[in-house]
Design a binder for this molecule. Structure first.
Ligand SMILES: Nc1nc2c(ncn2[C@@H]2O[C@H](COP(=O)(O)OP(=O)(O)O)[C@@H](O)[C@H]2O)c(=O)[nH]1
Ligand SMILES: [Mg+2]
Length: 456
Protein backbone atom coordinates (compact mmCIF):
# COMPACT_ATOMS: atom_id res chain seq x y z
CA UNK A 1 0.00 0.00 0.00
CA UNK A 2 1.52 3.31 -1.03
CA UNK A 3 1.21 6.18 1.43
CA UNK A 4 0.70 9.72 0.18
CA UNK A 5 2.90 12.51 1.35
CA UNK A 6 0.64 15.19 2.77
CA UNK A 7 1.03 18.89 3.46
CA UNK A 8 -1.04 21.54 5.24
CA UNK A 9 -0.84 24.82 7.05
CA UNK A 10 -0.69 24.06 10.77
CA UNK A 11 -1.12 27.57 12.13
CA UNK A 12 -4.04 29.98 12.15
CA UNK A 13 -3.88 32.72 9.52
CA UNK A 14 -2.89 36.22 10.53
CA UNK A 15 0.18 35.53 12.67
CA UNK A 16 3.72 36.76 12.09
CA UNK A 17 4.79 33.21 11.26
CA UNK A 18 3.04 30.37 9.52
CA UNK A 19 4.05 26.73 9.83
CA UNK A 20 3.53 24.26 7.03
CA UNK A 21 3.74 20.58 7.82
CA UNK A 22 4.74 17.82 5.45
CA UNK A 23 4.57 14.16 6.31
CA UNK A 24 5.01 10.92 4.42
CA UNK A 25 7.66 8.76 2.79
CA UNK A 26 8.53 11.43 0.18
CA UNK A 27 8.45 14.39 2.56
CA UNK A 28 12.15 15.26 2.50
CA UNK A 29 12.68 14.59 -1.22
CA UNK A 30 9.71 16.70 -2.24
CA UNK A 31 10.73 19.52 0.07
CA UNK A 32 14.32 19.39 -1.23
CA UNK A 33 13.01 20.18 -4.71
CA UNK A 34 11.68 23.57 -3.61
CA UNK A 35 14.26 24.30 -0.92
CA UNK A 36 17.69 25.81 -1.44
CA UNK A 37 19.38 22.81 0.22
CA UNK A 38 19.08 19.10 -0.31
CA UNK A 39 17.75 17.73 2.96
CA UNK A 40 16.83 14.26 1.70
CA UNK A 41 19.45 12.74 3.96
CA UNK A 42 19.28 15.28 6.76
CA UNK A 43 19.81 14.04 10.30
CA UNK A 44 16.71 13.71 12.47
CA UNK A 45 15.74 16.63 14.71
CA UNK A 46 17.81 19.21 12.85
CA UNK A 47 16.87 22.69 11.69
CA UNK A 48 17.93 24.06 8.30
CA UNK A 49 17.95 27.66 7.18
CA UNK A 50 17.32 28.37 3.50
CA UNK A 51 14.96 29.64 0.81
CA UNK A 52 11.82 28.30 -0.71
CA UNK A 53 11.96 29.03 -4.40
CA UNK A 54 9.51 28.60 -7.25
CA UNK A 55 12.21 27.63 -9.76
CA UNK A 56 12.69 24.13 -8.49
CA UNK A 57 15.46 23.15 -10.94
CA UNK A 58 17.43 26.40 -10.79
CA UNK A 59 20.74 26.53 -8.98
CA UNK A 60 21.80 29.99 -7.90
CA UNK A 61 18.34 31.45 -8.42
CA UNK A 62 17.44 35.09 -8.73
CA UNK A 63 16.03 37.03 -5.80
CA UNK A 64 12.70 37.24 -7.59
CA UNK A 65 12.37 33.44 -7.53
CA UNK A 66 12.60 33.36 -3.79
CA UNK A 67 9.25 32.94 -2.12
CA UNK A 68 10.51 33.15 1.45
CA UNK A 69 13.40 32.74 3.84
CA UNK A 70 12.48 29.86 6.06
CA UNK A 71 13.58 27.43 8.75
CA UNK A 72 12.91 23.76 8.11
CA UNK A 73 12.75 21.31 11.02
CA UNK A 74 13.40 17.72 10.02
CA UNK A 75 11.98 14.70 11.81
CA UNK A 76 12.62 11.15 10.74
CA UNK A 77 10.50 8.03 11.04
CA UNK A 78 9.63 6.69 13.50
CA UNK A 79 10.54 9.57 15.81
CA UNK A 80 8.07 12.14 14.56
CA UNK A 81 4.52 13.12 15.45
CA UNK A 82 3.07 10.96 12.67
CA UNK A 83 5.73 8.27 12.88
CA UNK A 84 6.70 9.09 9.27
CA UNK A 85 9.49 11.22 7.79
CA UNK A 86 8.25 14.76 8.18
CA UNK A 87 9.21 18.41 8.22
CA UNK A 88 7.85 21.71 9.42
CA UNK A 89 8.57 24.83 7.41
CA UNK A 90 8.46 28.06 9.42
CA UNK A 91 7.57 30.78 6.96
CA UNK A 92 6.58 34.41 7.32
CA UNK A 93 2.88 34.51 7.97
CA UNK A 94 1.71 36.12 4.76
CA UNK A 95 -1.25 34.52 3.08
CA UNK A 96 0.52 34.83 -0.28
CA UNK A 97 3.67 33.07 0.91
CA UNK A 98 1.83 30.27 2.65
CA UNK A 99 -0.45 29.57 -0.30
CA UNK A 100 2.50 29.70 -2.68
CA UNK A 101 4.59 27.25 -0.65
CA UNK A 102 1.66 24.83 -0.41
CA UNK A 103 1.09 25.17 -4.14
CA UNK A 104 4.74 24.35 -4.86
CA UNK A 105 4.68 21.32 -2.60
CA UNK A 106 1.54 20.05 -4.30
CA UNK A 107 3.12 20.58 -7.73
CA UNK A 108 6.02 18.45 -6.57
CA UNK A 109 3.81 15.57 -5.46
CA UNK A 110 2.29 16.32 -2.06
CA UNK A 111 -1.42 16.09 -1.44
CA UNK A 112 -3.35 18.47 0.85
CA UNK A 113 -3.99 16.76 4.18
CA UNK A 114 -7.50 15.98 5.31
CA UNK A 115 -8.71 17.27 8.69
CA UNK A 116 -6.91 15.39 11.47
CA UNK A 117 -4.88 13.33 9.03
CA UNK A 118 -1.56 13.87 10.82
CA UNK A 119 -3.06 12.66 14.07
CA UNK A 120 -4.83 9.78 12.33
CA UNK A 121 -1.47 8.70 10.91
CA UNK A 122 0.06 9.01 14.38
CA UNK A 123 -2.63 6.64 15.61
CA UNK A 124 -2.30 4.21 12.69
CA UNK A 125 1.48 4.16 13.16
CA UNK A 126 1.11 3.33 16.83
CA UNK A 127 2.37 6.67 18.16
CA UNK A 128 -0.74 7.06 20.30
CA UNK A 129 -3.96 5.19 20.94
CA UNK A 130 -7.35 6.42 19.82
CA UNK A 131 -8.31 8.10 23.10
CA UNK A 132 -5.03 10.01 23.03
CA UNK A 133 -5.62 11.06 19.43
CA UNK A 134 -9.01 12.43 20.44
CA UNK A 135 -7.38 14.28 23.33
CA UNK A 136 -5.26 16.20 20.81
CA UNK A 137 -8.40 17.85 19.42
CA UNK A 138 -9.65 18.56 22.96
CA UNK A 139 -6.31 20.06 23.92
CA UNK A 140 -6.41 22.47 20.99
CA UNK A 141 -10.01 23.42 21.75
CA UNK A 142 -9.51 23.82 25.52
CA UNK A 143 -10.15 27.42 26.48
CA UNK A 144 -9.76 27.17 30.23
CA UNK A 145 -7.65 25.42 32.83
CA UNK A 146 -10.10 22.64 33.66
CA UNK A 147 -10.56 21.62 30.03
CA UNK A 148 -6.85 21.81 29.47
CA UNK A 149 -6.15 19.56 32.45
CA UNK A 150 -8.69 16.98 31.32
CA UNK A 151 -7.34 16.90 27.77
CA UNK A 152 -3.77 16.72 29.02
CA UNK A 153 -4.55 13.83 31.34
CA UNK A 154 -6.19 11.93 28.48
CA UNK A 155 -3.33 12.74 26.11
CA UNK A 156 -0.87 11.38 28.63
CA UNK A 157 -2.77 8.10 28.68
CA UNK A 158 -4.92 8.58 31.79
CA UNK A 159 -7.92 6.71 30.48
CA UNK A 160 -5.76 4.24 28.53
CA UNK A 161 -3.92 3.14 31.69
CA UNK A 162 -7.17 2.76 33.58
CA UNK A 163 -8.70 0.70 30.79
CA UNK A 164 -5.69 -1.55 30.48
CA UNK A 165 -5.94 -2.31 34.21
CA UNK A 166 -9.59 -3.24 33.73
CA UNK A 167 -8.68 -5.39 30.72
CA UNK A 168 -6.09 -7.26 32.78
CA UNK A 169 -8.69 -7.96 35.43
CA UNK A 170 -11.22 -9.11 32.85
CA UNK A 171 -8.64 -11.44 31.33
CA UNK A 172 -7.92 -12.83 34.77
CA UNK A 173 -11.63 -13.41 35.29
CA UNK A 174 -11.88 -15.12 31.90
CA UNK A 175 -8.99 -17.44 32.62
CA UNK A 176 -10.32 -18.33 36.05
CA UNK A 177 -13.67 -19.22 34.52
CA UNK A 178 -11.90 -21.33 31.90
CA UNK A 179 -9.96 -23.09 34.62
CA UNK A 180 -13.26 -23.93 36.21
CA UNK A 181 -14.26 -25.63 32.94
CA UNK A 182 -11.04 -27.55 32.43
CA UNK A 183 -11.21 -29.09 35.82
CA UNK A 184 -14.92 -29.48 36.11
CA UNK A 185 -14.58 -33.28 35.96
CA UNK A 186 -12.29 -33.30 38.96
CA UNK A 187 -14.79 -32.72 41.69
CA UNK A 188 -12.21 -32.96 44.40
CA UNK A 189 -10.02 -30.19 42.91
CA UNK A 190 -10.14 -26.78 44.54
CA UNK A 191 -10.12 -23.73 42.34
CA UNK A 192 -11.26 -20.17 42.80
CA UNK A 193 -14.80 -20.42 44.06
CA UNK A 194 -17.70 -18.62 42.50
CA UNK A 195 -18.06 -16.03 45.22
CA UNK A 196 -14.49 -14.87 44.61
CA UNK A 197 -15.09 -14.68 40.88
CA UNK A 198 -18.30 -12.82 41.47
CA UNK A 199 -16.64 -10.22 43.64
CA UNK A 200 -13.89 -9.77 41.05
CA UNK A 201 -16.51 -9.21 38.35
CA UNK A 202 -18.46 -6.81 40.56
CA UNK A 203 -15.35 -4.83 41.28
CA UNK A 204 -14.59 -4.44 37.57
CA UNK A 205 -18.17 -3.41 36.92
CA UNK A 206 -18.00 -0.78 39.65
CA UNK A 207 -14.97 0.75 38.01
CA UNK A 208 -16.73 0.84 34.64
CA UNK A 209 -19.81 2.43 36.22
CA UNK A 210 -17.66 4.99 38.02
CA UNK A 211 -15.98 5.96 34.77
CA UNK A 212 -19.32 6.23 32.97
CA UNK A 213 -20.71 8.40 35.75
CA UNK A 214 -17.82 10.84 35.43
CA UNK A 215 -19.12 11.73 31.96
CA UNK A 216 -21.70 14.10 33.42
CA UNK A 217 -18.95 16.07 35.14
CA UNK A 218 -16.82 15.85 32.01
CA UNK A 219 -19.61 17.31 29.92
CA UNK A 220 -20.26 20.04 32.46
CA UNK A 221 -16.61 21.08 32.40
CA UNK A 222 -16.36 20.86 28.63
CA UNK A 223 -19.54 22.76 27.79
CA UNK A 224 -19.83 25.02 30.80
CA UNK A 225 -21.96 24.43 33.87
CA UNK A 226 -25.46 25.78 33.33
CA UNK A 227 -26.59 28.26 35.97
CA UNK A 228 -30.13 29.68 35.76
CA UNK A 229 -30.88 33.04 37.37
CA UNK A 230 -34.53 33.05 38.37
CA UNK A 231 -36.92 34.99 40.55
CA UNK A 232 -39.76 37.47 40.33
CA UNK A 233 -39.72 40.34 37.86
CA UNK A 234 -37.61 43.37 38.74
CA UNK A 235 -35.57 41.78 41.52
CA UNK A 236 -32.37 42.49 39.50
CA UNK A 237 -31.64 39.27 37.60
CA UNK A 238 -30.53 40.99 34.41
CA UNK A 239 -28.45 43.47 36.42
CA UNK A 240 -26.69 40.50 38.01
CA UNK A 241 -26.02 38.84 34.67
CA UNK A 242 -24.48 42.05 33.37
CA UNK A 243 -22.43 42.50 36.54
CA UNK A 244 -21.06 38.96 36.34
CA UNK A 245 -20.24 39.35 32.65
CA UNK A 246 -18.92 42.88 33.16
CA UNK A 247 -20.92 43.76 30.09
CA UNK A 248 -24.32 45.24 29.24
CA UNK A 249 -25.61 42.00 27.83
CA UNK A 250 -29.22 42.09 29.06
CA UNK A 251 -31.59 45.04 29.11
CA UNK A 252 -32.15 46.37 32.61
CA UNK A 253 -35.14 48.51 33.45
CA UNK A 254 -37.59 49.12 36.24
CA UNK A 255 -40.42 48.01 33.99
CA UNK A 256 -41.70 44.61 35.11
CA UNK A 257 -41.38 41.91 32.48
CA UNK A 258 -38.53 43.53 30.54
CA UNK A 259 -36.68 40.25 30.00
CA UNK A 260 -38.95 38.06 27.95
CA UNK A 261 -36.51 35.58 26.50
CA UNK A 262 -33.65 33.66 28.06
CA UNK A 263 -30.21 35.21 27.57
CA UNK A 264 -27.09 33.09 27.83
CA UNK A 265 -23.41 33.84 28.23
CA UNK A 266 -20.37 32.31 29.87
CA UNK A 267 -17.83 33.38 32.45
CA UNK A 268 -14.93 31.49 33.99
CA UNK A 269 -14.69 31.21 37.76
CA UNK A 270 -11.50 29.62 39.10
CA UNK A 271 -10.79 28.00 35.75
CA UNK A 272 -14.26 26.48 35.29
CA UNK A 273 -16.67 27.76 32.66
CA UNK A 274 -20.20 28.59 33.79
CA UNK A 275 -23.04 29.24 31.39
CA UNK A 276 -25.37 31.82 32.92
CA UNK A 277 -28.94 31.94 31.76
CA UNK A 278 -30.90 35.06 32.60
CA UNK A 279 -34.61 34.37 32.49
CA UNK A 280 -37.93 36.12 32.30
CA UNK A 281 -39.17 36.83 35.81
CA UNK A 282 -41.88 34.57 37.12
CA UNK A 283 -45.25 36.28 37.56
CA UNK A 284 -48.85 35.97 36.42
CA UNK A 285 -49.15 37.69 33.08
CA UNK A 286 -51.61 38.05 30.26
CA UNK A 287 -48.87 39.01 27.81
CA UNK A 288 -48.46 36.04 25.48
CA UNK A 289 -44.81 36.67 24.64
CA UNK A 290 -43.93 37.09 28.29
CA UNK A 291 -45.82 33.86 29.02
CA UNK A 292 -43.65 32.00 26.50
CA UNK A 293 -40.61 33.55 28.20
CA UNK A 294 -41.81 32.26 31.54
CA UNK A 295 -42.20 28.77 30.09
CA UNK A 296 -38.61 29.04 28.87
CA UNK A 297 -37.63 29.99 32.41
CA UNK A 298 -38.95 26.64 33.62
CA UNK A 299 -37.08 24.87 30.82
CA UNK A 300 -33.89 26.70 31.83
CA UNK A 301 -34.38 25.62 35.44
CA UNK A 302 -34.76 22.04 34.24
CA UNK A 303 -31.48 22.12 32.35
CA UNK A 304 -29.52 24.02 34.98
CA UNK A 305 -27.20 22.35 37.44
CA UNK A 306 -27.22 25.39 39.69
CA UNK A 307 -30.15 27.77 40.22
CA UNK A 308 -29.65 31.25 41.58
CA UNK A 309 -32.95 32.27 43.09
CA UNK A 310 -33.01 35.99 43.52
CA UNK A 311 -35.25 38.03 45.80
CA UNK A 312 -35.19 41.68 46.81
CA UNK A 313 -37.56 41.35 49.74
CA UNK A 314 -38.66 38.70 52.16
CA UNK A 315 -40.20 35.98 49.99
CA UNK A 316 -43.78 34.93 50.58
CA UNK A 317 -44.63 31.41 51.77
CA UNK A 318 -45.52 30.30 48.26
CA UNK A 319 -42.16 31.35 46.85
CA UNK A 320 -40.38 29.64 49.75
CA UNK A 321 -42.22 26.40 49.04
CA UNK A 322 -41.14 26.55 45.40
CA UNK A 323 -37.56 27.16 46.45
CA UNK A 324 -37.55 24.22 48.80
CA UNK A 325 -39.00 21.98 46.13
CA UNK A 326 -36.31 23.01 43.70
CA UNK A 327 -33.50 22.48 46.19
CA UNK A 328 -34.33 18.76 46.27
CA UNK A 329 -32.70 18.14 42.91
CA UNK A 330 -30.76 21.31 42.10
CA UNK A 331 -28.02 23.21 43.79
CA UNK A 332 -29.95 26.23 44.93
CA UNK A 333 -28.31 29.51 45.83
CA UNK A 334 -30.63 32.04 47.41
CA UNK A 335 -29.53 35.58 46.69
CA UNK A 336 -30.91 38.69 48.28
CA UNK A 337 -30.33 41.66 46.02
CA UNK A 338 -30.52 45.43 46.53
CA UNK A 339 -28.98 45.40 49.99
CA UNK A 340 -28.04 49.02 49.31
CA UNK A 341 -31.75 49.83 49.69
CA UNK A 342 -32.76 47.42 52.41
CA UNK A 343 -31.01 49.05 55.40
CA UNK A 344 -30.22 45.68 56.94
CA UNK A 345 -33.73 44.55 57.66
CA UNK A 346 -33.12 40.87 58.25
CA UNK A 347 -35.41 38.20 56.80
CA UNK A 348 -37.41 36.34 59.42
CA UNK A 349 -38.85 33.22 57.84
CA UNK A 350 -36.11 32.21 55.41
CA UNK A 351 -34.10 29.29 56.78
CA UNK A 352 -31.93 28.63 53.70
CA UNK A 353 -28.52 30.33 53.87
CA UNK A 354 -28.52 33.35 51.64
CA UNK A 355 -26.01 35.60 49.99
CA UNK A 356 -26.62 39.31 50.18
CA UNK A 357 -25.49 41.44 47.27
CA UNK A 358 -26.10 44.58 45.38
CA UNK A 359 -25.94 43.68 41.71
CA UNK A 360 -26.15 47.32 40.72
CA UNK A 361 -23.20 48.40 42.87
CA UNK A 362 -21.25 45.15 42.56
CA UNK A 363 -21.28 44.56 46.32
CA UNK A 364 -20.30 41.04 47.51
CA UNK A 365 -20.29 39.62 43.99
CA UNK A 366 -17.14 37.67 44.83
CA UNK A 367 -19.02 35.89 47.65
CA UNK A 368 -21.61 34.87 45.12
CA UNK A 369 -18.97 33.69 42.63
CA UNK A 370 -17.35 31.59 45.33
CA UNK A 371 -20.73 30.06 46.22
CA UNK A 372 -21.36 29.26 42.56
CA UNK A 373 -17.96 27.62 42.25
CA UNK A 374 -18.56 25.53 45.35
CA UNK A 375 -22.05 24.54 44.24
CA UNK A 376 -20.61 23.18 41.01
CA UNK A 377 -18.80 20.61 43.13
CA UNK A 378 -16.28 19.84 40.42
CA UNK A 379 -13.38 17.67 41.45
CA UNK A 380 -10.31 19.90 41.23
CA UNK A 381 -8.60 19.27 37.92
CA UNK A 382 -5.32 18.12 39.44
CA UNK A 383 -7.02 15.20 41.22
CA UNK A 384 -5.90 12.03 39.51
CA UNK A 385 -9.49 10.79 39.12
CA UNK A 386 -10.17 10.01 35.47
CA UNK A 387 -12.98 12.07 33.97
CA UNK A 388 -14.62 10.81 30.78
CA UNK A 389 -15.26 13.71 28.43
CA UNK A 390 -15.90 11.98 25.16
CA UNK A 391 -19.37 10.78 24.08
CA UNK A 392 -17.87 7.88 22.13
CA UNK A 393 -16.06 6.66 25.25
CA UNK A 394 -19.19 7.07 27.33
CA UNK A 395 -21.19 5.05 24.84
CA UNK A 396 -18.63 2.22 24.89
CA UNK A 397 -18.56 2.21 28.69
CA UNK A 398 -22.34 1.91 28.89
CA UNK A 399 -22.32 -1.03 26.47
CA UNK A 400 -19.41 -2.71 28.26
CA UNK A 401 -21.32 -2.33 31.50
CA UNK A 402 -24.39 -4.02 29.97
CA UNK A 403 -22.30 -6.98 28.75
CA UNK A 404 -20.61 -7.38 32.08
CA UNK A 405 -23.92 -7.13 33.87
CA UNK A 406 -25.07 -10.18 31.92
CA UNK A 407 -21.95 -12.01 33.09
CA UNK A 408 -22.74 -11.02 36.66
CA UNK A 409 -26.35 -12.15 36.38
CA UNK A 410 -25.23 -15.46 34.87
CA UNK A 411 -22.72 -16.02 37.63
CA UNK A 412 -25.31 -15.31 40.26
CA UNK A 413 -27.49 -18.01 38.69
CA UNK A 414 -24.54 -20.41 38.61
CA UNK A 415 -24.50 -20.62 34.84
CA UNK A 416 -21.42 -22.49 33.64
CA UNK A 417 -18.33 -20.58 32.57
CA UNK A 418 -18.51 -21.46 28.87
CA UNK A 419 -21.87 -19.73 28.59
CA UNK A 420 -20.45 -16.59 30.14
CA UNK A 421 -17.38 -16.35 27.97
CA UNK A 422 -19.18 -14.73 25.03
CA UNK A 423 -20.38 -11.82 27.16
CA UNK A 424 -16.96 -11.52 28.73
CA UNK A 425 -15.38 -11.31 25.29
CA UNK A 426 -17.91 -8.64 24.29
CA UNK A 427 -17.06 -6.66 27.42
CA UNK A 428 -13.37 -6.77 26.54
CA UNK A 429 -13.96 -5.87 22.89
CA UNK A 430 -16.23 -2.97 23.79
CA UNK A 431 -13.69 -1.50 26.21
CA UNK A 432 -11.01 -1.87 23.53
CA UNK A 433 -13.01 0.35 21.19
CA UNK A 434 -12.09 3.33 23.37
CA UNK A 435 -8.35 3.04 22.85
CA UNK A 436 -8.75 1.44 19.42
CA UNK A 437 -7.02 -1.80 20.45
CA UNK A 438 -9.40 -3.73 18.25
CA UNK A 439 -9.33 -3.01 14.54
CA UNK A 440 -11.35 0.17 14.19
CA UNK A 441 -13.60 0.43 11.13
CA UNK A 442 -12.74 3.24 8.70
CA UNK A 443 -16.14 4.80 9.16
CA UNK A 444 -15.51 5.21 12.89
CA UNK A 445 -12.07 6.68 12.25
CA UNK A 446 -13.54 9.04 9.67
CA UNK A 447 -16.05 10.29 12.21
CA UNK A 448 -13.46 10.85 14.86
CA UNK A 449 -11.03 12.80 12.72
CA UNK A 450 -13.42 14.81 10.58
CA UNK A 451 -13.86 17.43 13.29
CA UNK A 452 -10.14 18.08 13.65
CA UNK A 453 -8.61 21.09 12.00
CA UNK A 454 -6.58 20.60 8.86
CA UNK A 455 -2.92 20.59 9.80
CA UNK A 456 -3.42 18.61 12.99
N1 LIG B 1 -30.97 49.91 44.33
C1 LIG B 1 -30.73 48.86 43.58
N2 LIG B 1 -31.39 48.69 42.43
C2 LIG B 1 -31.13 47.60 41.67
C3 LIG B 1 -30.12 46.64 42.04
N3 LIG B 1 -30.09 45.70 41.09
C4 LIG B 1 -30.99 46.04 40.17
N4 LIG B 1 -31.63 47.17 40.50
C5 LIG B 1 -32.68 47.88 39.74
O1 LIG B 1 -33.84 47.07 39.69
C6 LIG B 1 -34.55 47.27 38.47
C7 LIG B 1 -34.83 45.94 37.79
O2 LIG B 1 -33.58 45.34 37.41
P1 LIG B 1 -33.51 44.19 36.35
O3 LIG B 1 -32.11 43.70 36.36
O4 LIG B 1 -34.07 44.60 35.03
O5 LIG B 1 -34.45 43.11 37.03
P2 LIG B 1 -35.02 41.73 36.44
O6 LIG B 1 -36.40 41.97 36.00
O7 LIG B 1 -34.98 40.77 37.59
O8 LIG B 1 -34.09 41.31 35.34
C8 LIG B 1 -33.67 48.18 37.64
O9 LIG B 1 -34.16 49.49 37.72
C9 LIG B 1 -32.31 48.06 38.27
O10 LIG B 1 -31.51 49.21 38.10
C10 LIG B 1 -29.41 46.90 43.27
O11 LIG B 1 -28.50 46.12 43.67
N5 LIG B 1 -29.75 47.99 43.98
MG1 LIG C 1 -34.54 40.91 33.42
Amino acid sequence: MSVDTICALATAPGGALGIIRISGPQALEILSRVFSKNISDAQPNTIHYGHITDKPSAIGHQTSDIIDEVLVSVFRAPHSYTGEDSAEISCHGSRYILNKVLELLIQQGCRMANPGEYTMRAYLNGKMDLSQAEAVADLIAASNEANHQMAMSQLRGGISTKLSQLRDQLLKLTSLLELELDFSDHEDLEFADRSELLSLAKNINNHITHLAESFETGQAIKQGIPVAIVGKTNVGKSTLLNALLKDDRAIVSDIHGTTRDTIEDTIDINGITFRFIDTAGIRQTSDQVEQIGIERTYAAIDKARIVIWMVDAEPAQEELINMNKLSENKKLILVRNKIDKAQNTPFTIVKIPLIEISAKHGTHLSNLEQAIYEAADIPTPQQSDIIVTNARHYDALIRAHAHLQRVLDGMAQNISGDLLSEDLRLTLDTLSEITGGQITPNEVLGNIFKNFCVGK
